[in-house]
Design a protein around this ligand. Structure first.
Ligand SMILES: [Zn+2]
Ligand SMILES: [Zn+2]
Length: 153
C-alpha cells in the first residue's frame, strides 16, 4: 500500500488527502498468523513539513479468527485511528517512532499493520452469550445439551 507524495513535497505545509485499499497476505504477529478476510482500507491525510511526513487517518480491516469459547471460525472487524511520522530513509537517524521512506512514495504497510495489530483482541467470541464447549465431553453447548456434570470451582 503506497501513496505518492510528490505533490506534498512541492507544497510544504499543505494537507493532502488519500484513500487506499489492499488485500494483504497473511502476517505473522507474535505467536499468531493473521489472515485477512477482506482488503485493508485506509483513508486520511498527509502533510510534509520540510523534514518528513505526518500521515493521519483511519484503517479498517477484517481478520479470520476463532471463537475463544466454542472454537468456531469467525471474523473480527478492526477499526483504528492512527497518526505516524515518516522520515527519509537514508542517513536519517531512525528510531522506533518513525517509519522510513525513499523517493516520493510512502509505503504504509508496516505503519498500518502496527496500528491494526495493537487493536487485535487477545480473545474474540462469536457472540456475547456463546455457551462454549463442554469441558468434559467437548460438545458445542450452543448446538447440543450434554449430560455431563460440571463441578463448579
Ligand atoms: Zn462461540
Ligand atoms: Zn458434556
Amino acid at each position: 500500500m503506497r501513496i505518492r507524495v510528490a505533490n506534498a513535497i512541492r507544497q510544504t505545509g499543505e494537507l493532502f488527502s488519500f484513500e487506499a485499499a489492499e488485500l494483504f497476505a497473511e502476517q505473522e504477529f507474535g505467536e499468531r498468523t493473521i489472515a485477512f478476510s477482506e482488503p485493508v482500507s485506509v483513508s486520511g491525510t498527509y502533510v510534509y513539513d520540510g523534514k518528513g511526513f505526518t500521515v493521519s487517518g483511519k484503517a479498517k480491516c477484517a481478520v479470520h479468527t476463532v471463537c475463544a469459547r466454542c472454537t468456531k471460525p469467525i471474523v473480527d472487524h478492526l477499526d483504528v485511528s492512527f497518526s505516524e511520522r515518516f522520515v527519509k530513509g537514508e542517513g536519517a537517524s531512525l528510531d522506533d517512532e518513525t517509519y522510513p521512506y525513499t523517493g516520493d512514495e510512502l509505503l504504509l504497510d508496516k505503519a498500518v499493520m502496527d496500528n491494526l495489530f495493537l487493536e487485535l483482541p487477545i480473545a474474540s467470541i462469536c457472540r456475547e452469550d456463546c455457551q462454549g464447549l463442554c469441558p468434559v465431553c467437548g460438545a458445542d453447548r450452543n448446538a447440543t445439551t450434554c449430560n455431563c456434570t460440571i463441578q463448579e470451582a
